[in-house]
Every structure is written in structure tokens, then in C-alpha cells.
Design a protein around this ligand. Structure first.
Ligand code: ZN
Length: 115
């Protein structure tokens, strides 16, 4: 027995369509809610990334700022600056060698990061 398609937000059964892409949501409201929830998830991901990187960079200085209050734009900017700082430290380490005393965790090659 084929599975009955359900709304991705509220779980309501969706009418079958004979042609075209199957519907994923029962209504515009459910589609909007799903979009908002994905957006929220993205912002939380940004916040975790920024928090981890800032923690690495600031461990021995001021600590991590309260990212819970940052909006998406501020998080992206914080991440951009933190990555630039990390890359600058890596470059400094390359130029000066290990004697520069830059912690190894900060000088590993940049990871592939997308957003
Ligand atoms: Zn629905």
C-alpha cells in the first residue's frame, strides 16, 4: 500500500496529484511556517558556528560575547571577522614559524565552510 502524503508542517493528509511535483504542505500558512522554521534553524546554526569560533579565538582574552542577542546579519559579520582573524593568525604562524607561539588549534588549514 503506497504511503499517504502528509503536510510537512501539520501532518494533515494531502490530496494526491496525478501530475506535477507532489505538494509538501496543505496550505500557504503551513508552507510559511516551514520556511520560518528553516530560517530559524539556519540562524541557530550560524550562532553555534560563531560561538565555537569566537570561543577558540577569545579563550584567553575576553570570552565569547552573548550571541543569543545577535541577529542573522550580526552573526554573519561576527563569523566573517572571526574567520579573517583565524586566517590572519594562520598566516602569521606560516610567516614566523612555531616560535610565534600561536596555538596549534588556530593554525590548522581552513575548513570548508558554507553559508
Ligand atoms: Zn498543513
Amino acid at each position: 500500500m503506497p504511503e499517504i502524503p502528509q503536510c510537512g508542517t501539520c501532518g494533515k493528509e494531502l490530496p494526491r496529484k496525478d501530475r506535477g511535483r507532489p505538494r509538501r504542505y496543505c496550505s500557504a500558512a503551513c508552507r510559511t511556517q516551514a520556511y520560518r522554521s528553516r530560517q530559524q534553524h539556519d540562524v541557530e546554526k550560524l550562532r553555534r558556528k560563531a560561538s565555537a569560533l569566537l570561543a577558540e579565538l577569545t579563550q584567553e582574552t575576553a570570552g565569547v560575547p552573548p550571541l543569543a542577542q545577535f541577529d542573522e546579519e550580526q552573526l554573519r559579520e561576527a563569523l566573517r571577522c572571526a574567520r579573517a582573524t583565524r586566517d590572519a593568525l594562520a598566516a602569521l604562524n606560516l610567516a614566523l614559524g612555531p616560535e610565534a607561539g600561536i596555538r596549534a588549534s588556530l593554525v590548522r588549514p581552513p575548513e570548508k565552510e558554507h553559508e
